[in-house]
Design a protein around this ligand. Structure first.
Ligand code: SF4
Length: 431
């Protein structure tokens, strides 16, 4: 008789404790070499086998749970397995297994009485109107604004996260369901108080109505991680598509194939953060798996979703030029030379405040390597004043077809998606 998945997880935890004790004991006897081999084994085991780190017994209870339900912020999850009273989420490769009362790795999902629920439905903790260039998307409706929203939570634990104040928080740490319901819909107030933001509900139909009222042609699911608020993203995307709005998913790309296909059938553009090209570094820096991100990039290509890639160059983690070259070669071969790639400059933040910003010459070298591997549209971000860093060059006549100053388009030399100077088609979504 096989073990059920929960037993397997418990077995792994026990086995880990046992081997950890043995390994540490061995280090004392056999010296540094024994310790090194143990840690080598441990890091491989952790990358390949470790169960997601969840929050046991941390699901909301009593009044908080009731208020959350009353608000409509609780919804049954999609893509999960019931394992007796336990559940296993299959949305992202973390595959969290939750006992009743547990909270997930991404903080947004809980097992309540044997059912998986999201707590992040219709309750964004932030929203803004941004230029689409800020996502950054440089080949998608340039010069337009996008209504951008996020809830708390993330499937990753990036050491360098820029938005950790929301991505590494539970929904209950960003919202407060007490008081009167506050549902944002047109006509829009000129501003919101912090108290209103804490109570704010923005259900899919509200998000679509607000986007239309603001005159934005698209909605962006961004800032934290849309995979962590999957059901909310998917329902909003579906409704937005029906209303002829475009959907932009800004993501780390860590999602299982089935939920990816179910979501991205409604997406018009994706911005994928390819954080490196080395499994060990992905595990250390982001708690993620490179193979899963590459699979998502291929799925997006197959589905025909317009996709741009960002790569943050973090000193000592992801600044190895050979690795960058391998990444660019993979993009050119698997996704094609027209896939835009944005190198971005790291700034010390979150848990990496001891590092220095990426040297500009490293970024310039990375850009040259990408071009040498055949990529046609390569950009450098977060370096104000670097000439041509955000310019789109025609791959045929080499003239500037789109010029940008930070997130503003300053020159647009395109006619129906073709270079105005030589008529070459420029890859992207232009209308
Ligand atoms: S989406 Fe959240 S709950 Fe689901 S597997 Fe990923 S981290 Fe776990």
């Amino acid at each position: 008789m096989g073990l059920d998945p929960t037993t397997r997880v418990n077995f792994k935890r026990r086995e880990f404790s046992r081997r950890a004790a043995l390994g540490l004991g061995a280090a004392g006897v056999a010296g540094i070499a024994g310790a090194a081999s143990f840690f080598d084994w441990f890091s491989k085991w952790r990358a390949a086998e470790a169960p997601a780190d969840i929050f046991p017994g941390d699901a909301p209870k009593g009044e908080v749970w009731e208020l959350w339900q009353k608000r409509g912020w609780v919804k049954e999850g999609r893509h999960y397995l019931q394992l007796g009273r336990n559940v296993q989420c299959k949305v992202c490769p973390n595959n969290c297994i939750l006992e009743p009362g547990d909270r997930s790795h991404c903080r947004n999902r809980v097992n309540h009485d044997g059912t998986l629920y999201t707590l992040a439905y219709g309750n964004p903790c932030t929203f803004h109107v941004d230029p689409v260039e800020k996502k950054p998307l440089f080949h998608f409706l340039p010069g337009t604004q996008t209504f951008s929203l996020a809830t708390s939570g993330c499937v990753f634990r990036c050491l360098n996260c820029q938005n950790w104040e929301i991505s590494q928080k539970k929904p209950e740490e960003t919202k407060d369901p007490r008081g009167d319901e506050f549902r944002l819909k047109p006509p829009l107030p000129p501003s919101l108080t912090l108290d209103q933001m804490a109570r704010l509900s923005l259900f899919p139909e509200d998000a679509v109505a607000v986007t239309e009222a603001l005159g934005c042609p698209s909605i962006a699911y961004t800032y934290s991680e849309p995979t962590a608020f999957y059901e909310y993203t998917q329902d909003t995307c579906k409704l937005a598509r029906e209303r002829k709005l475009r959907n932009i998913v800004v993501t780390c790309g860590s999602i299982e194939e089935r939920p990816a296909r179910d979501l991205y059938q409604f997406a018009d553009a994706a911005h994928v953060d390819l954080k490196g090209f080395d499994e060990d570094t992905y595990q250390k820096l982001n708690s993620g798996k490179l193979a899963a991100i590459l699979a998502t990039l291929k799925t997006l290509k197959e589905l025909g979703v317009w996709c741009e890639i960002i790569n943050l160059v973090v000193p000592t983690y992801t600044d190895n030029l050979d690795t960058i070259r391998r990444m660019c070669a993979w993009i050119a071969k698997e996704l094609g030379p027209d896939r835009p790639l944005h190198f971005s400059r790291f700034q010390p933040q979150h848990k990496l405040t001891h590092l220095t910003p990426t040297p500009v010459e490293t970024l310039v070298r990375a850009r040259a390597a990408a071009r040498a591997e055949g990529l046609r549209y390569v950009y450098v971000g977060n370096v104000p004043g670097l000439a041509g860093a955000g310019t789109t060059w025609c791959p045929n006549c080499k003239r500037a077809v789109i010029e940008r100053d930070l997130f503003a388009v300053t020159a647009l030399n395109l006619d129906a998606g073709k270079c105005r100077f030589c008529g070459t088609k420029i890859a992207g979504v232009w209308v």
